[in-house]
Design a protein around this ligand. Structure first.
Ligand code: SAM
Ligand code: DTB
Ligand code: SF4
Length: 331
C-alpha cells in the first residue's frame, strides 16, 4: 500500500513508515484526517517512531523583541495597530536585555530561543540589532529563531551570515481562506519569503493556526500546502487560535479538541521528519488534550509563562506534565 492512504483505514507496518513525500493531494490528506481516530493515531505514532524518540520534546522559549503597533491586519493578532486590544506599541528591545532573557531561558532548560517582532517586514537598520541578538544568543549555545515578517533575499542572506538557525513565517491557513484573515499581504508574499529563507540556507519554521472559523477542507488545504513544499519546513508550529478581545476573531466558538488533534496527526504523518510544535493555545488546553497531541506526533513546545503577548502555561506546570507523561527535553 502507499503510505498515508486510508486503505481499509489501516496502516501496514510491514512497509516503510512515513516515507517522505512532497506530492500530497488534498484528497489524501482529507482521507487521513477523516480516519477513525484509533487508526489515525496508530499511523501517526508509527510514523513518529520511525523518525523520533517519542519520549523527547524539543523545548523553545519565545520572546517578543518588538511588541505591538504592527500595520498589518491579521484578524487573529493582538499586535495589529488596526485593532484595539490593549497591547501598546513598544520599540525594538536593546540587545543586552534580549541576551539576559536568553540566558534565563537557557538556564530554565530551553534549547532554542525564538525572537518575534511585530513588523510587516524589517528595515535594514533594524536588522543590525537583530543580527547582534542572534550572534549573542548563539554564543550561549542556544539555537536561534526569529520571526520578523516578510524578508527579501538579501535580508535572509544577512540573517544567515549572523548565524541564524531558523526563520518562522507561517502560512496560517489554506490559500482559499487566507483572504478572510489577512488583506495586507498575499499568500504568495508568504511563499516568496519562505523561498528567500530556504534559498539562504536557513531552516524553515512554518505552520498555521487552527480554530479561526475555517472549514475542515481549509485545514486539509493548509497541511497539503505545507507537505507539498519542495523541502518540508524543519519545524511546523500548529497554533490553536488564542482569542484576544478586540481582534475580529475574539468571539468565535471554542474549537473542537479532537479536530485539533487530527490536524496535529495529519501534520506528523505528511511531514515525518519535521518537528511538529504544539504552539499557541496550550494555556486553554487540558493536560489530557496536550497528552493526545503528543501521542499524535507533536514533539515541540514553547516553554515559559508568556508567548509573545498572551499567557503560556507556567514552567512548573509544564515540568509536572512532562514528568507525568515521562517526556524529556530533546538535547
Ligand atoms: N509579524 C511577524 C509575522 O506575522 O510573520 C512575526 C510575528 S507573528 C505574531 C507570528 C505568528 O504568530 C503568526 O503568523 C500567527 O501564526 C501566530 N499568532 C499570532 N497571533 C496569534 C493568536 N492570537 N493565536 C494563535 N496564533 C497567533
Ligand atoms: C508561532 O507559530 N506561534 C508563535 C510563534 N510562531 C512566533 C506566536 C504565537 C503568538 C500568540 C499570540 C501572542 O502571544 O501574541
Ligand atoms: Fe503584524 Fe505579525 Fe501580528 Fe500580522 S501576525 S499583525 S504581521 S505582528
Amino acid at each position: 500500500m502507499t503510505i498515508g492512504t486510508a486503505e481499509n483505514g489501516r496502516f501496514s507496518s510491514t512497509k516503510l513508515a512515513g516515507a517522505v513525500r512532497h506530492d500530497w493531494t488534498r484528497a489524501e490528506v482529507r482521507a487521513l484526517s477523516d480516519l477513525p481516530f484509533p487508526d489515525l493515531i496508530y499511523q501517526a505514532q508509527t510514523v513518529h517512531r520511525a523518525y523520533f524518540d517519542p519520549a523527547e520534546i524539543q523545548v523553545s522559549t519565545l520572546l517578543s523583541i518588538k511588541t505591538g503597533g504592527c500595520p498589518e491586519d491579521c484578524a487573529y493578532c493582538p499586535q495589529s495597530a488596526q485593532f484595539d486590544t490593549g497591547v501598546k506599541a513598544e520599540k525594538l528591545m536593546d540587545v543586552e536585555a534580549v541576551l539576559s532573557e536568553a540566558r534565563a531561558a537557557k538556564d530554565a532548560g530551553a534549547s532554542r530561543f525564538c525572537m518575534g517582532a511585530a513588523w510587516r517586514s524589517p528595515k535594514d537598520r533594524d536588522l543590525d540589532k537583530v543580527c547582534a541578538m542572534i550572534e549573542g544568543v548563539r554564543a550561549m549555545g542556544l539555537e536561534t529563531c526569529v520571526t520578523l515578517g516578510m524578508l527579501t533575499a538579501p535580508q535572509a542572506q544577512r540573517l544567515k551570515q549572523s548565524g541564524l538557525d531558523y526563520y518562522n513565517h507561517n502560512l496560517d491557513t489554506s490559500p482559499e481562506y487566507y483572504g478572510r484573515i489577512i488583506t495586507t499581504r498575499t499568500y504568495q508574499d508568504r511563499l516568496d519569503t519562505l523561498d528567500h529563507v530556504r534559498g539562504a540556507g536557513i531552516n524553515v519554521c512554518c505552520g498555521g493556526i487552527v480554530g479561526m472559523g475555517e472549514s475542515a477542507d481549509d485545514r486539509v488545504g493548509m497541511i497539503a500546502t505545507l507537505a507539498s513544499l519542495p523541502v518540508h519546513p524543519e519545524s511546523v508550529p500548529i497554533n490553536m487560535l488564542v482569542q484576544v478581545e478586540g481582534t475580529p476573531l475574539s468571539t468565535g466558538e471554542t474549537f473542537d479538541a479532537i479536530e485539533f488533534v487530527r490536524t496535529i496527526a495529519a501534520a506528523r504523518i505528511t511531514m515525518p521528519r519535521s518537528m511538529v510544535r504544539l504552539s499557541a493555545g496550550r494555556e486553554d488546553m487540558t493536560d489530557e488534550m496536550q497528552a493526545l497531541c503528543f501521542i499524535a506526533g507533536a514533539n515541540s513546545i514553547f516553554y515559559g509563562p508568556k508567548l509573545l503577548t498572551t499567557p503560556n502555561p507556567a514552567a512548573d506546570h509544564d515540568k509536572h506534565l512532562m514528568n507525568r507523561l515521562g517526556l524529556r527535553p530533546m538535547a
